[in-house]
Write a protein that binds this ligand. Structure first.
Ligand code: ZN
Length: 240
């Protein structure tokens, strides 16, 4: 909290109110979206990136970009990936540093898949202070287990044309049959409820330390039970 206050006080716009600044630091958004699989995070991330005109940055994409560019980091990452190893915190952090120092991140960005650990979160905090950006704001999209199950386990797909249905929100006109090719609709997994339960439990286990870390700073929980429009409105309200 103290760190954040200091950064706010050091913002250039506060020191010279009349001088037009290239960037509006007060509007700089460093966003981090958290939420269990099936909470609609992907959809909200896309909308937020468009709304604030900031890049959505994913760890996977960053690593692939370094490898494509043939940078030193990229060469090391390629070596680790080829042998099927996991990238160390240190290597991921360096790749993040390289990406977040690019000019398109000056007005903010949204992170996907990073930080995953408290160590990475601490690194990110230090890095933001170093390059003069505000601390990340964390939005947690809350969806209860029964709704995650309802959303996920009511999905049906057409094996012929690939159309996706949801028995609750987007049912086929004729029960069990595809609207376009009339093939019999199928479900991806028989033990869907069990799978969703396990996924949520694994997600909560791995995210708990990160939530503890951001608790008390810029951290908000948002109700993710509504339709995408109302969840988006709730996120904007939390960020206002
Ligand atoms: Zn079909």
């Amino acid at each position: 909290m103290e760190k954040i206050d200091k950064l706010v006080l050091n913002l250039p716009a506060m020191t010279s109110a009349t001088e037009p600044t290239l960037q509006a630091p007060a509007a700089t958004r460093i966003l981090l979206l958290l939420g269990p699989p099936g909470c609609g995070k992907g959809t909200q991330a896309e909308r937020l990136a468009r709304h604030y005109a900031i890049p959505a940055i994913s760890t996977g994409e960053m690593i692939r970009a370094e490898i494509r560019a043939g940078s030193e980091l990229g060469k090391i990452a390629a070596g680790v990936t080829i042998t099927g190893g996991l990238l160390s915190d240190d290597l991921v952090n360096q790749i993040v540093r390289s990406r977040l120092s690019q000019p398109d991140c000056r007005n903010g960005f949204m992170l996907d898949g990073y930080p995953r650990t408290v160590e990475q979160a601490k690194f990110l905090g230090t890095l933001m202070a170093e390059i003069g950006l505000p601390q990340p704001f964390v939005v947690h999209i809350d969806v209860p287990l029964d709704l995650l199950i309802a959303r996920t386990c009511n999905r049906r797909f057409c094996p012929q044309c690939g159309a996706i249905y949801n028995l609750l929100s987007h049912p086929p006109r004729q029960t069990g049959a595809c609207d376009t090719c009339h093939a019999e609709l199928q479900q991806r997994s028989d033990d869907c409820e069990e799978t969703v339960k396990n996924r949520l439990a694994a997600y909560e286990r791995s995210t708990a330390p990160l939530i503890d870390f951001y608790q008390g700073g810029g951290y908000r929980r948002v109700d993710g039970t509504g339709d995408p429009d109302s969840v988006f409105a709730a996120i904007l309200a939390a960020l206002a």
